[in-house]
Design a protein around this ligand. Structure first.
Ligand SMILES: Nc1ncnc2c1ncn2[C@@H]1O[C@H](COP(=O)(O)OP(=O)(O)O)[C@@H](O)[C@H]1O
Ligand SMILES: [Mg+2]
Length: 285
């Protein structure tokens, strides 16, 4: 018998990409003051693929994320799901944000069951289904707790479980682990890997963390600093199923070094930019 993941994989081979982004351009403002945040970005994601977009702070990652997820309009280019152009928010996407987004007045189980409640599913069934996703992110036993009683990493897992409960075709995550310490982040990565394995979940992850990108991805796309363009693609040919142990392998170190040599230049430009803006500000005073 084939596993769900294998069925997805054989099915996927016969289909085109699930997500296509073509010549995407996003500007903020107009005229001389316009800021070109994202410039002619094109890429495609296959069914079941895990793709990360990595770039330094301020390079346009969240802008790209918000345009794809339909939260930012007024852009040029095309976002298509299964070959059909989409505009505005679209049910194919489930989004997880950097900022904490749990509902503090709801318990863990009622947070996760929220999209099912919106879908009109009765209490009993939605709790049953929500429990499945709570377990998937490793929070069984915490169903009756409130977000304030949990750590930041646990709250982010609640947010991920809630998004998974809506069974999105494409999971979009914007730096969901940015506020966590490195050890917690690595171990949470194990949860993300397990979810990807179990659900064959198509995922687009935005991150500035090289370890995270290599640990989780089939492919890593490096973005340039202002304007945000795609600079290079790395195929991460590390075996699956993976765990965080992979970070100690030679192959892993090799990918990290290669990506850093590309990213270093972009990150340096970001820092220089920050410094010159700080200088301008202090000179004006
Ligand atoms: N709503 C906005 N209005 C004007 N400028 C913005 C807006 N959102 C982002 N920017 C600018 O666009 C650039 C890219 O920002 P962002 O996409 O948030 O970068 P990242 O997520 O990579 O840190 C930055 O220079 C930022 O200041
Ligand atoms: Mg951002």
């Amino acid at each position: 018998m084939q596993t769900t993941a294998a069925l997805h994989a054989s099915d996927a081979a016969n289909r085109g990409p699930i997500l296509e982004v073509t010549d995407l351009v996003k500007r903020f403002g107009t005229g001389d003051d316009a800021l070109l945040a994202v410039d002619r970005v094109s890429f495609a994601v296959r069914h079941g693929e895990f793709v990360s977009i990595i770039g330094p702070s301020g390079c346009g990652k969240s802008t790209l994320f918000n345009v794809i997820g339909g939260l930012l309009g007024d852009f040029d280019g095309r976002v298509a799901v299964d070959g059909e152009a989409v505009a505005g928010t679209h049910p194919a996407f489930g989004m997880v944000f950097q900022e904490e987004s749990t509902f503090p007045w709801r318990t863990v189980i009622d947070n996760v069951a929220f999209p099912l409640e919106l879908g009109g599913i009765g209490r009993r069934e939605r709790h049953e289904r929500a429990r499945h996703f709570v377990a998937m992110v490793g929070l069984d036993g915490f169903e009756r707790r409130y977000p304030a009683e949990l750590s930041g990493g646990m709250r982010q897992r609640v947010a991920i479980a809630r998004t998974l409960a809506s069974e999105p075709r494409i999971l979009l995550m914007d730096e969901p682990f940015a506020s966590l310490d490195e050890q917690t982040r690595l171990l949470l990565g194990d949860k993300v890997l397990a979810i990807h394995q179990q659900l064959a979940q198509t995922t687009l992850l935005i991150t500035h963390n090289i370890t995270e990108a290599v640990q989780l991805s089939d492919r890593v796309l490096v973005m340039t600093y202002r304007p945000g363009r795609l600079k290079r693609t790395f195929d991460i040919d590390l075996p699956r199923p993976r765990t965080s142990e992979v970070v100690s392998s030679d192959a892993f170190g090799h990918y990290v070094a290669q990506i850093w040599s590309d990213l270093r230049e972009e990150a340096s430009r970001g820092i220089r930019d920050d410094e010159s803006r700080t200088r301008e500000r202090s000179e004006r005073r």
